[in-house]
Design a protein around this ligand. Sequence first.
Ligand code: CAO
Length: 237
Amino acid sequence: MSEPAATHDGFGPIASQPLTRIQQIGAARLHAAWTQIPHVTHHEDADVSALEQRRRELAADAGRPTLLAWLARAVVLALRAHPRFCASLDLPARRLVLKQYVNLGFAVDTPQGLVVAVLHGADRPVADLGHAIADLAARARAGRLQPTEMEGSCFTISSLGSLGGTGFTPIINAPDVAILGAAQARVRPEWIDGQAVPRTILPLSLSYDHRAIDGAEAARFCTLLRELLAAPERLES
Ligand code: CAO
C-alpha cells in the first residue's frame, strides 16, 4: 500500500497528481538525453512567404497539408543532402551509423503527455506527408498508436508553431543525433533592397549532438532548409 498523497507542505495546502505512464517514460528519456548528449542549438529564420502564398492557392479544405507537412518535406530533402543528420552514434564501436531510410519522428501534444509518433518511409510527396502526419497525430491523441509507430526514428521535428513562441531549445530524441524545433511563423518587417517589406518568417531551432555533428555542418543544413522553404516549387518536385 503506497502512502496517501500529502495535502500540505511546510508552507500551505497542496494537491498532487500521479504522472501518467507516458509522462514517466518521457521523463526518464528526456533526462537521459539532456544529461548524456552534448547539445548545441542553432537558430535560423526561414522566409515562408511564398510557401504560405502557395498554401493559400490550395483549397483550404481539410486535406490541405499544414505548414508542418511542408517543413517535413524540406527536412527529408535536407537529410538526403546531409546524411550525417540521419544517423545515430555507436560509441562502443566508435562509429556513426548512417541510416539509408528516412523515418521522421514528430512530437505530438496528447492529453496523456508528450508522444513522439514516427512516420516510417517519410520520403514522400507533401500531400502524403500531410495525411500521414494528421492520421498519426489523431491516433496518438486517442492513445491508439502501435508500438512500432513510436520507434525507429532517424530525425525528429518538434513543432509548436500552431501554439506560439519565437524559439525554444528542443531536446534530442535519442538515438537520433538532431531535432528541429519550429516556433510560430509570423509576419514581420524584413529589410530588403533598402526597404522594410512584410514577410512571413518561420523561426527554426536545430539542436544537434556535437559529438556527431559540427557547427559548420549544422549551419549548412539550416541554410539549405531556409532555401528550400523559400522555394515551394522545390518541395513539390
Ligand atoms: N507557424 C504558424 N502556423 C503553423 C505552424 C507554424 N510553425 N505550424 C503549423 N501551423 C498551422 C498549420 O498550418 C495549421 O493551419 P492551416 O489549417 O491553415 O494549415 C494550424 O497551424 C494548426 O495546425 P495543427 O497543429 O492542427 O497541425 P500541425 O500539422 O501543424 O501539427 C502536431 C500537428 C501533432 C505536431 C501538433 O498538433 C502538435 O501536437 N504540436 C505540439 C508538439 C509539441 O508538443 N512539441 C513540444 C515537444 S517538447 O515538449
